[in-house]
Write a protein that binds this ligand. Structure first.
Ligand SMILES: Nc1nc2c(ncn2[C@@H]2O[C@H](COP(=O)(O)OP(=O)(O)OP(=O)(O)O)[C@@H](O)[C@H]2O)c(=O)[nH]1
Ligand SMILES: [Mg+2]
Length: 288
């Protein structure tokens, strides 16, 4: 009812931002944003649940409360894997973040795909005989909106690895990687593994950011770099495996530091859920 509209979007958005709650305009009559509204709150609950589950793992909330939030989880879902890694995919709008996730998790691709501002999928990989469960968070958060950064900040919490994606046909998305790096440095755990991903490499004739420029930048920043195409399934699995191996290497370095007393037990079990659940005895080798 645009002509009769009195409460304008920006007033309501400002209020919602102030109250730190999500906001969406809908039309039940014209089926505008209705599903999106429900999905937004569902994702929020889901994120809340997993944050609580993380807090439960670190002892911040009680076991009873966690079960209340997740009735099917009296047996923690992370026990069936050797490691549980949290990955985050960030980057400017339309660079192909969701499609990279879709390609990796479902081997599919779509021209139009939009998740809630932050959502995640699970995917399990096997690396060197270890079962690694990945909780991969997809975002569509813009650096331009202050409030989104609040959401981003929460998403960054506990992330072991971050994929920073740009579009090889769009210079701005590459230039903004520096800003994404700053956000990561601000909000992420120290030593979180980073991977620079140049997506849409199938669009060779429109390519603007060439491989050597991006590689030089990545080398300078001391991060890994890979070009991918979610559309043509080029290097997508490779990209995810690169960051997984990086995190795993990082973990073992930390485990060594734990053995030499440099790092606390709490930090270690966060990285290795199976050891937390007691299937590994204290004097057992790390391969259990
Ligand atoms: N040619 C080509 N197009 C791609 C590729 N990946 C994604 N696209 C297209 O780029 C557009 C954006 O893809 P998305 O996966 O939705 O991008 P996103 O980064 O998740 O976008 P937001 O969620 O809006 O931030 C869609 O039209 C995709 O079909 C790719 O590898 N090659
Ligand atoms: Mg997306």
């Amino acid at each position: 009812m645009t002509s009769q509209k009195i409460v304008d979007y920006s007033t309501a958005k400002e209020f919602a931002d102030e109250m730190k709650i999500n906001f969406i305009e809908t039309s039940a009559k014209c089926a505008i944003n209705v599903e999106q509204a429900f999905l937004t709150i569902v994702c929020d609950i889901k994120r809340n649940l997993f944050e609580n589950e993380e807090n439960s793992n670190t002892g911040d909330i009680t076991h009873e409360k966690r079960i209340l939030l997740n009735p099917g989880s009296s047996v923690n879902m992370s026990v069936d894997c050797d490691y549980l890694f949290k990955l985050l995919i960030v980057g400017d709008s339309r660079v192909g973040k969701s499609n990279l996730l879709l390609r990796f998790v479902e081997d599919s691709y779509t021209e139009y795909f939009r998740l809630c501002p932050v959502d995640f999928r699970f995917h399990t990989v096997n690396v060197d005989g270890k079962t690694i469960k990945l909780q991969i968070w997809d975002t569509f958060i813009s650096l331009r909106f202050g409030n989104s950064l609040g959401v981003l900040k929460r998403s960054f919490r506990g992330a072991h690895g971050i994929m920073m994606v740009y579009d090889v046909t769009d210079q701005d998305t590459f230039s903004n990687i520096k800003r994404w790096l700053q956000e990561i440095e601000t909000y992420c755990i120290p030593n979180a593994c980073k991977l620079l991903v140049g997506n849409k490499c199938d669009m060779t004739s429109q390519k603007i950011v060439d491989y050597s420029t991006a590689k030089e930048f990545a080398d300078e920043m001391k991060i890994n770099f890979i070009e991918t195409s979610a559309k043509c399934a080029i290097n997508v699995e490779q990209a995810f495996l690169t960051i997984v191996c990086d995190i795993k290497r990082n973990l073992f370095e930390n485990e060594e530091r734990y053995n030499t007393g440099d790092i606390t037990h709490d930090k270690l079990i966060l990285l290795n859920p199976r050891s937390f659940h007691g299937t590994r005895s204290t004097n057992c080798c790390r391969c259990c």
